[in-house]
Design a protein around this ligand. Structure first.
Ligand code: UTP
Length: 610
């Protein structure tokens, strides 16, 4: 087959062979708007290069991609139920949401395993819903210290290392995409890898896939000489861990579990030790972290699906779960269980995978995860798309590749303890809040980050008097107390308990502790007082006493002028507020030694005050 636009053009043999294949494969339209031969030759060559690249990136090439797309688009058009014939059951789950004795036990098992654990961060997403012009990893988790997500994760890895009997760097795999690769690398390089060793960081880059303009899987273009490319989803991480040889390499180095995390979830490391403990104790090959979920809530439910002699524990999107339940086990759909929550816990997409089984599954499957397509149709007959669609994969679908020999389970945590991402811009977040859904915005992520800190302090015997929530730009925010226990201070609940002896925090006070050898004895912060302690390892600092104002960090809402001003940082605009330091009491101990501080004396005799 030939296309008139290509006649008399001289392209490489490889390009010609691909063009021929594309013409045979219903992609004739790709060349319809080409200029006549002799015009725009460099652009044409660049376009063919792009096609060759896309063809090489996908296992099976463009033809493989469009074959898969046609099959999935036909199923989507017919509205076929992907779980036809499966009966949902309660998954095998360990509920740690009460954070009681069993929690401590699991945490201690997990902590002893830090030296055999690697962390995989999927950070290839565009963050379209957030609308931030930059990578999400660069955004601050909180607006007091302005610690970025990436810096925070690096601090957590360093804190894990410091708690090993024989410290060694925790392998840190970051999956980036074309959109996030350069800025992620720049963030690492500009900050000296945030204290990590360069060789403990492994960057894997996922490739974009072509967008599809219709049910025939014709590739979508922008202008005559460019394909529209889009991310293929975080499921690519499995393929890349296989094709790079990294999963096998880490396994050979003695790593036993990989923990998969996302780009904006400041709390994730709170749950990591106990989740690891559960994976070890229960011998789970695949452990999904989850939260209690109210029936009908817009978060995917984890269920065991059983059909004849086949079963798999999977995340089911909430809009598919209720109809599936109604059609199978309960005409009332998703109803509360004994504890008031759905028996299908809410998936938060934090995974703990046993490397020994993972490596074998990857070898067999090449890490290719089940793809899906989710076109937004423009008409009832589902013949036209509102915007180009693409095939996607999700990392939590790995259990589809597992067999009966694998053990898949779920560990349920208290929600604020382990999960509060920043995904939505403030307008969307306000709409979600008004509709009763979690806003998942910068402000709520920050508010929950302090809440998780308060939970640690409270469980360590501190009395907490929290502020009532206020609404800023339509999004709820609790202004305190703000508890920032840096990972260097405590990586586990047990550690926080050992280091914080009672005390009280009230109102918009702020407590920041950074350093492994700080101890608090009945510390009381009132009237907005802010205490910040930084102590190097070996600086054994014991702090006691009461700090009653003056206010330290004061929440100040942005004016409408500031919100509109182009030079207001986007990290503040997405919050609608900033913190103004009006007098934090900052104590810095840069040398090892023994130090006793009575906060009452800070007003008169502040020897270490900076
Ligand atoms: P999100 O659901 O937050 O999606 O991804 P997103 O693509 O980043 O944001 P929107 O949908 O455009 O607003 C969950 C996690 O998966 C990663 C993201 O970086 C985030 O950590 N991800 C997503 C990838 O690594 N690759 C992808 O192709 C998509």
């Amino acid at each position: 087959m030939q296309h008139p636009a290509l006649e008399s053009a001289s392209f490489s043999q490889k390009a010609q062979a691909l063009v021929h294949e594309l013409l045979e494969n219903q992609q004739y339209h790709l060349f319809d708007d080409w200029d006549p031969p002799g015009v725009c030759e460099p652009e044409k060559r660049a376009f063919l290069e792009q096609l060759l690249q896309v063809n090489a990136n996908y296992p099976g090439g463009i033809a493989g991609y469009t074959d898969n797309a046609r099959r999935l688009l036909a199923q989507s058009r017919q509205g076929l139920n992907p779980f036809e014939g499966y009966r949902p059951e309660q998954p095998d789950a360990v509920d740690l949401s009460a954070m009681d004795g069993i929690y401590d036990q699991m945490e201690s098992v997990g902590q002893a395993h830090f030296d055999r654990t690697g962390v995989v961060l999927v950070a290839g997403g565009l963050g379209e819903r957030l609308g931030h012009n930059g990578i999400k990893l660069d955004l601050p988790v909180e607006a007091i210290l302005n610690t970025s997500y990436l810096a925070h994760y690096a601090d957590c890895l360093l804190a894990m290392e410091a708690r090993m009997a024989t410290p060694k760097p925790v392998p840190f795999v970051i999956m980036v995409s074309e959109d996030t690769h350069a800025p992620t690398l720049r963030a690492l390089e500009d900050h000296n890898y945030y204290g990590l060793r360069q060789d403990q960081v492994h960057i894997l880059k996922q490739e974009l896939v072509p967008a599809l303009q219709d049910n025939e899987a014709r590739l979508a273009k922008e202008g005559p000489y460019a394909l529209i490319l889009k991310p293929h989803g975080h499921g690519d991480v499995h393929m890349l861990l296989q094709s790079s040889g990294l999963a096998a390499q880490l396994h050979a180095q003695g790593i036993e579990h990989l923990v998969f995390i996302q780009d904006t979830n400041g709390q994730v490391f709170n749950a990591l030790p106990a989740a690891l403990g559960v994976s070890i104790e229960r011998e789970y090959d695949f452990n999904s972290l989850a939260v209690n979920r109210v029936p009908g809530e817009a978060v995917g439910g984890l269920a065991r699906l059983v059909k004849d002699d086949h079963e798999m524990t999977l995340n089911i999107e909430y809009n598919q779960l209720d109809p599936l339940l109604r059609a199978t086990i309960n005409p009332e759909g998703d109803v509360p269980g004994a504890n008031g929550f759905s028996v299908f816990p809410g998936n938060i997409n934090i995974l703990v995978i046993r490397l020994a089984s993972y490596v074998k599954v990857l070898e067999k499957s090449k890490g290719i995860i089940a793809e899906f397509v989710n076109p937004k149709y423009a008409d009832e007959a589902r013949t036209e798309f509102n915007k180009p669609a693409r095939l996607e994969t999700m990392m939590q679908d790995l259990p589809k590749l597992l067999g009966p020999e694998h053990k898949v389970g779920v560990t349920v945590f208290h929600r604020a303890w382990c999960f509060s991402p920043n995904k939505n811009n403030v307008e969307e977040a306000a709409k979600k809040h008004a509709a009763g859904s979690p806003p998942e915005s910068a402000a709520t992520a920050e508010s929950d980050f302090y809440l998780a800190g308060r939970m640690k302090a409270e469980r360590a015997g501190m009395e907490i008097h929290a502020e009532a929530p206020q609404t800023i730009l339509g999004v709820p925010f609790v202004n305190g107390p703000r508890v920032l226990l840096r990972p260097s201070f405590a990586m586990t609940l047990a550690e926080a308990r050992e280091k914080i002896g009672g005390g009280q925090l009230s109102g918009p006070s702020t407590l920041i502790l950074d350093g492994p050898d700080i101890r608090l004895r009945d510390v009381r912060l009132e009237a907005g007082a802010a205490l910040r302690v930084h102590a190097v390892p070996g600086a054994k600092v014991t702090i006691q006493g009461r700090l009653s104002g003056p206010p330290g960090f004061v929440l100040t809402k942005l004016s409408s002028e500031e919100l509109a001003a182009p030079d207001t940082p986007s990290a503040l605009k997405m919050r609608g507020y900033r913190f103004v330091d009006q007098g934090v009491k900052a104590l810095r101990f840069d040398r090892p030694g023994e130090y006793q501080v009575d906060l009452a004396t800070l007003y008169t005799d502040p020897p270490e005050l900076s």
